[in-house]
Design a protein around this ligand. Structure first.
Ligand code: SME
Length: 163
């Protein structure tokens, strides 16, 4: 990861005058192309009323897991804990939902609007231990930039209000 260029590009993407899903979609594509180990990058939005996560913009293979109950899998655990989770080896996880059998490691980072968790950034890798300190720091910074620029627009009720 070339941190400076990546952060610069992502900041520019998030500050574009486009609707939030379109900006987040571009962010996913930029992150996926940044690291050849990454195979899937996407966002889940939190519906606090139903206690479920809903798949938002993503890049990578289509997943069956478009709705995940809080508590289920790594994403569901992060919905409950509110803290970043890194799995160096997803096959060793007791509570894991496989999107692809080739995935080996995963990171899920919560996105907050002030004190309220509204979404998550989820990244899969087919290489074990892809999310070490360096990657975590860069991805954390990216999520803070997402929060500064988009978090207010990432509430489930705003995004899915027409459903
Ligand atoms: N692996 C995740 C499910 C989401 S997919 O990776 C896209 C989990 O265990 O929650």
């Amino acid at each position: 990861m070339k941190a400076n260029k990546l952060i610069e590009d992502i900041t520019a993407i998030l500050q574009q005058k486009e609707e939030v899903n379109s900006r987040l979609q571009k962010l996913c594509a930029r992150l996926l192309e940044d690291d050849p180990r990454f195979t899937w990058v996407g966002f889940y939005f939190m519906n606090h009323d139903t206690q479920k996560l809903h798949l938002g913009p993503y890049t990578g293979p289509a997943t069956d897991h478009v709705i995940i109950p809080f508590g289920k899998g790594i994403c569901g655990q992060v919905a409950v804990s509110g803290s970043t989770y890194v799995s160096d080896d997803v096959q060793a996880e007791q509570n894991y939902i496989a999107c692809s059998l080739d995935v080996r490691s995963e990171i899920v980072i919560p996105i907050y609007d002030n004190d309220q968790p509204v979404a998550q950034l989820d990244i899969d890798s087919n290489t074990p231990e892809s999310f070490k300190k360096e990657e975590q720091e860069i991805l954390d910074e990216i999520c803070r930039i997402v929060e500064e620029n988009c978090a207010a627009e990432m509430h489930y009720k705003k995004l899915f209000s027409s459903l």
